[in-house]
Design a protein around this ligand. Structure first.
Ligand code: IVH
Length: 666
């Protein structure tokens, strides 16, 4: 059993790493078939030992990785890709090839911004949006209609009975991308490397509600199946006429020099756009000329994508500083001689962990190449070893904590180095900051700087000290006026009324994010009962896996933490969880339900909303914890799994009639 547990643990870790390389780094390390073989092996073990399923297992994820849950759709006309060009010479070659076909006829190019997102196809029939799909491999995509419908700018109904297919790019604006990553950081989730990956992850959510929260947007750049259209310009105008979102920065150019001017303009000005572009698309305008020029296997010969070079600059690595997080992880951060890359100044870049440091082979004073991954997160790409000074010193990760000087701990097979001293000042400051942060107790006026000052002045040394702050001592501090002191004290006092899930999240238990905190609050209802939790109880809760269960128990068996919770209770913080009132006299109440296949009468989202209102929990994958599966048409692997596990399956028709009755029938 122990070996199986270890095998599962290793498979999960490996698969998660590969999917990180694929989705976040955009740098696949193994082939799809290799990934599938490992994935199937994990699935097989998990089926045999469902009690060992880990919360972070890729089989449990309804998130960033495509699950085979979406219906497959074959595109009526294949969705091709574009050839790439990287220089003015490439562009002139492209122009010359075209001119050979066009001979002495007039030639016009349309230039458009190349939006960095993912391609989609949307079908309108008689003026109604009836389906939408991702590009997939160009021939077969995934049906994402409900998710596309969450995009505000895409009309669900057109102004007349038009039937056509439009294609375009779904993207995440820079601002939404930053907000999303900030939220993910706070929840200890892996960050998206760029808006494209974030857009893809958001569109591939099985739960459209999550997609809706991600604030996606779209631009339409082509119209398929309208024989009256004779040019790309006319296609864009038609799309505009139907109030489809068209990016209005397109330009009709009379020759390749005008194209080059357009490219030069946007290479400089793209930083001011509210979304990312990774190049310019150049298309021959006339449809009849397009047909004459023709296609290769994969892409049209009449179009090309000019890719902006990714800005990679050399700068000096001045030093490596260590930053201590609230969980004790010590992260090395490169201190760089400041440089401007893609429009903003970069002076720091995370080096993540000791594996990254070893791989780069860093010496202090090295010249390094820095880029912004996805134009956003600064990254040290490599070291220019040929410029290294002879007597330069190799950087070795220190073995003492920069904050408390205690010995750092590094485990086998774990690239992270940790400070395990519970009294480490930096960790304590970070813990207090987390306790007061927006998603925790949301104590206004208690930001990073104030916490650090209070700590350094010896006014607080643990979170609990916040509740015995003295007005006089605060007023003595620099830059704290009477009003801000009073407001702060009031905010601290008010925080005692926070709800239980916020308090649990604020405790900062390893692996317990906002979602897990809510689940714990729902189960235990107050802090005193929470302290009686056992691993067995915890792993039986929805969405709580072994790793989270063990960290909760570790936390609750630690004397310092027990004292902290008791202290919170004694200062008057004794939060209760207010259970939402739900109708509980129906068959669905309290059940864990999976929806699969295509529903006809209802959308999946509607079915989900009904079920949730009736007190059911709708989840993405069939496990032993599933009570009921609602199977629509062409239900596939989930139905098979439900049947294997002996889980009750109902049809849409049965579901609708049960909704009418809402009574228990067995
Ligand atoms: S036209 C047959 N126009 O770039 C040509 N594509 O590598 C179809 N893209 O898959 C594409 N902005 O996802 C076109 N204005 C634009 C575009 C655009 C972004 C993406 C699209 C496509 C990829 C081609």
């Amino acid at each position: 059993m122990k070996e199986i547990k270890e095998e599962i643990y290793k498979l999960v870790k490996l698969l998660n790493k590969y999917s990180y390389d694929y989705y976040v780094e955009d740098n696949p390390q193994i082939s799809d078939t290799e990934y599938d073989t490992l994935y199937k092996q994990l699935e097989k073990l998990e089926k045999e030992y469902p009690e060992l399923i880990q919360e972070n297992s890729p089989t449990q994820r309804v998130g960033d990785v495509v699950l085979s849950e979406f219906e497959k759709v074959t595109h009526k006309v294949p969705m091709l890709s574009l050839s790439n060009t990287f220089s003015t010479e490439d562009l002139r070659d492209f122009d010359n090839r075209i001119k050979k076909v066009v001979a002495n006829r007039k030639i016009e190019y349309i230039c458009e911004l190349k939006i960095d997102g993912l391609a989609i196809s949307i079908n309108y029939v008689n003026g109604k949006l009836i389906s939408a799909a991702t590009r997939g491999d160009g021939t077969v995509g995934e049906e994402v209609t409900d998710n596309i419908k969450t995009i505000f700018s895409i009309p669900k109904v057109l102004k007349d009975n038009k039937t056509f297919e439009v294609r375009g790019e779904v993207y995440l604006p820079k601002k939404s991308f930053n907000i999303l990553n900030e939220e993910r950081k706070e929840n200890n989730e892996v960050l998206f490397a760029n808006p494209r990956n974030a857009a893809a992850g958001s569109l591939r959510q099985l739960d459209s509600k999550i997609t809706a929260q991600r604030r996606l947007s779209a631009f339409i750049y082509s119209v398929v199946g309208d024989n009256t259209i004779e040019s790309q310009l006319q296609a864009l105008k038609t799309a505009e006429e139907y109030e489809l979102p068209v990016n209005n920065n397109y330009k009709l150019c009379k020759n390749i020099d005008e194209v080059i001017n357009y490219i030069e303009y946007w290479d400089i000005n793209r930083k001011n756009l509210p979304y990312e572009i990774d190049g310019i698309v150049i298309k021959v305008n006339s449809y009849s000329l397009q047909e004459e020029i023709g296609y290769t296997q994969k892409s049209p010969r009449w179009a090309t994508a000019f890719k902006f070079p990714e800005e990679e600059l050399a700068t000096k690595l001045l030093d490596v500083e260590l930053s201590v997080g609230r969980t004790g992880i010590v992260t090395p951060v490169a201190q760089l001689d400041p440089i401007v890359i893609s429009g903003s100044t970069v002076s720091k870049a995370s080096l993540h962990n000791k594996d990254v440091i070893d791989e780069l082979d860093i010496h202090i004073g090295d010249m390094v190449i820095v880029k912004k991954a996805g134009e956003i997160i600064p990254k040290v790409v490599r070291v220019l070893k040929e410029l290294r000074l002879e007597n330069s010193e190799k950087y070795i990760m220190p073995n003492r904590c920069p904050s408390c000087n205690s010995e750092l701990v590094s485990k086998k097979d774990d690239p992270f180095i940790r400070c395990v001293n519970p009294e480490c000042p930096e960790q304590n400051i970070r813990k207090i900051i987390h306790f007061a942060s927006r998603d925790a107790l949301n104590i206004e006026g208690l930001g990073d700087k104030v916490v650090a000052t209070l700590y350094e002045q010896g006014i607080i040394s643990h979170t609990i000290d916040l509740f015995s702050l003295e007005r006089e001592k605060l007023i003595d501090l620099d830059r704290m006026g009477e009003k801000s002191v009073d407001n702060l004290l009031k905010a601290i006092e008010n925080s005692k009324n926070s709800s239980l899930d916020k308090v649990i999240y604020a405790l900062g238990i390893l692996n317990v994010g906002k979602k897990a905190a809510k689940i714990l609050a729902e189960k235990y209802l107050n802090l005193t009962t929470l302290m009686t939790a056992t691993v067995d109880e915890l792993i039986n809760l929805p969405d709580i896996g072994l790793i989270t269960a063990e960290s909760v128990i570790d936390f609750l068996s630690n004397e310092i933490n027990i004292k902290f919770i008791n202290d919170l209770i004694s200062i008057g913080m004794n939060p209760q969880y207010k259970v939402q009132k739900i109708e509980d006299d129906n068959i669905f109440s309290g059940k864990t339900i999976v929806l699969t296949g295509k529903l006809v009468e209802l959308t999946r989202n509607e079915a989900k909303e009904y079920l949730e209102k009736l007190g059911a929990k709708v989840t993405g994958s069939v496990t032993t914890k599933t009570d009921l599966v609602l199977a629509g048409e062409k239900a596939g692997s989930k139905l098979a799994k439900a049947e294997q596990l002996g889980i009750q399956v109902i049809s849409e028709e049965e579901f609708i009639s049960m909704l009418g009755e809402k009574k228990v029938n067995g």
